[in-house]
Design a protein around this ligand. Structure first.
Ligand SMILES: [Zn+2]
Length: 409
């Protein structure tokens, strides 16, 4: 053994155990492992595989000081983002992406899918800023890039070629933003073609609007079936679904589950951008899809940060446990089983969404672990317990001292 984590509390196990790590992998999970090697006594604290961010935008994070947010709606955020993006250089993108990536690592995130924009305005400059970070930060995080056309595809000549170039340079997923396209279904169809050509997964921004009209979710499910892409397609936001009646919502859930399309809720962005169309100054709709209800229908869901300190979301510390807590608050999660499901939606469920193998605390899996100052996942969500350690392939990447009271005398 290279390292033993002693007195580790695992999810669904009442009594603490030990975790032995060899060559970056979990070699043993059993009580009283002999410790003639380096060991850390965790005192019964919760250990699980690292947090997984399936939907974040490193390339346009931390640009608040360059943008206005007067209306605070999606259209303004896209246009302010486009203006700022025109001046991006690879060096500028790199510096901001590193700042955000390191914040995520410090919060215990060990896997990330960052969505990245290409179009004639920014060209491949954002890709050039982010791509080298995959190797440079492999010591702490598995980073993959999902390339997508934020400002439209069929309406924006030159974008298609740039997406193909980005896929040729190693993007592992392809995304979409059909609501900015002159032909939303045409964009979705072209994205499926690209995914098939490069054998990559699909992760689309979809149905990001205030009312449930003209939803694209059925079209995506149909294409998923036709291309036999079930289990490889995710859609994000889908805020339009918050306007569906409960029977219509349940029907959508069944359709997603049958097609194998996962859904990612981005609570911070959805709360900030949605409801702006509301004509009254009170009872503003919040626009966050109740993901835990989709789970009950068999849909796979994740919760993610999306944007950090930009006109889409002027907040962000890259803490996924905070996002889970934010979601639980706004979605009125009260049952302990649903609270635990919120934890699952930043850990094992996004692992499934990204088709990660070797995830979870079990012998043979990668030792990508976090230690929380908690004993149960549902309480970690409720109390926002901090990450005390993170490990990537068995090597410690983060440590944090628990806060201490200094009483007088
Ligand atoms: Zn996004």
């Amino acid at each position: 053994m290279d390292l033993i984590l002693k007195n580790a509390r695992l999810i669904d196990q009442a009594a603490p155990t030990d975790i032995g790590i060899t060559n970056g992998a979990i070699a043993a999970v059993e009580k009283n492992l002999a410790a003639d090697t380096r060991s850390i006594d965790l005192g019964g604290r919760l250990v699980c595989s690292g947090f997984i961010e399936t939907h974040i935008h490193l390339d346009k994070s931390c640009i608040l000081d360059r943008c206005e947010s007067k209306r605070g709606d999606l259209e303004e955020a896209i246009s302010e983002g486009a203006k700022a993006k025109a001046a991006f250089t690879p060096e500028d993108v790199r510096a901001r992406a590193i700042g955000t990536l390191e914040k995520a690592i410090l919060q215990g995130t060990t896997h990330m899918r960052t969505h990245l924009e290409v179009d004639p305005g920014v060209g491949l400059r954002s890709l050039e800023g982010v791509l080298p970070l995959i190797k440079e930060y492999a010591w702490a995080i598995d980073l993959q890039i999902c390339v997508f056309p934020q400002e439209g595809l069929l309406n924006n000549p030159g974008t298609d070629e740039l997406m193909v170039a980005a896929l040729e340079r190693g993007c592992r997923a392809v995304g979409a933003a059909p609501y900015t396209d002159s032909n939303p279904h045409g964009q979705i169809d072209r994205v499926f073609e690209m995914a098939r050509q490069f054998d990559v997964d699909i992760d689309m921004h979809l149905d990001f609007g205030p009312t449930p009209d003209n939803m694209d979710v059925e079209h995506v499910c149909r294409r998923t079936d036709e291309h036999k892409y079930g289990g490889r397609v995710a859609i994000g936001h889908v805020t339009k679904a918050t306007g569906l009646s409960m029977p219509a919502f349940d029907a959508m859930a069944k359709r997603l589950a049958d097609a194998g399309v996962a859904l990612t809720v981005l609570p911070s962005t959805d709360l900030y951008l949605m409801g702006r169309h509301h004509t009254q100054d009170h009872n503003v709709p919040r626009g966050v899809v109740p993901a835990h209800k989709l789970l009950h229908h068999g849909v796979n869901c994740s919760l993610s940060s999306n944007n950090v300190l930009n006109p889409f979301t002027p907040f962000g510390d890259c803490s996924l446990i905070r996002i889970a807590n934010l979601y639980a608050n706004i979605a009125q999660v009260g049952k302990q089983a649903d609270m635990k499901a919120c934890f699952d939606m930043v850990t094992r469920r996004p692992a499934k969404l990204m088709r990660l193998t070797q995830y979870g605390v079990a012998v043979g899996n990668a030792a990508d672990l976090v230690v929380l100052d908690a004993t149960e996942p549902e309480m970690a969500v409720a109390e926002l317990n901090p990450v005390l350690y993170a490990f990537k392939r068995g090597r410690m990447t983060v440590s944090r001292e628990p806060a201490r009271l200094h009483r007088p005398g």
